[in-house]
Design a protein around this ligand. Sequence first.
Ligand code: ZN
Length: 204
Amino acid sequence: MDYYGSHISKLIEALRVLPGVGTKSAQRMAFHIVGMPEADVRRLSEAISEAKRSVRFCSECCTITDGEKCPICESPRRDHSQIMVVENPRDLAAYEKTGRFEGVYHVLHGTISPMLGIGPNDIRLKELITRLGNSKVPISEVIIATGATVEGESTAMYILKLIKTLELPIKVTRIASGVPVGGDIENIDEVTLERALRGRTELK
Ligand code: ZN
């Protein structure tokens, strides 16, 4: 039933695709938007289109950025021989907030999940393996910081297996538990993340 007229309904439907937005919040947002000054609405819609148009994936670590490489991969101050593998750009941001990691990252954009039909080729794993094999700076350590979920753990084991096939002198470590089981990394406080990083153990 279309109570509001098709334009408003279309806006509500469009907003409902966002994470964490149900019908009620979408309605509240839609009514707020139509009540906003026209210039503000234009600024909002332009910011959305502009972000979408300019977004790219860093050619080295696959995080979201707007240049060829992200600022972390470009930085000469970072230790390019140490790579932390994270599930998504939000996890990268969470580790950056601790200010304690001096290496660089690799962003998978997901985890392997047979339940959801997500296989190794659906995440940025090939890119990681190519990067390890072709890196100008020899990679000394890969820290696997996927979440403590079933998918996160099995993805970690899969990565370990792949790295072993490279037969390179790369140490593979896993962040310590401290990250609660089933917990999303982005929701964990900085102290816990730092502890998890410091207490990492070697995977063999
Ligand atoms: Zn990068």
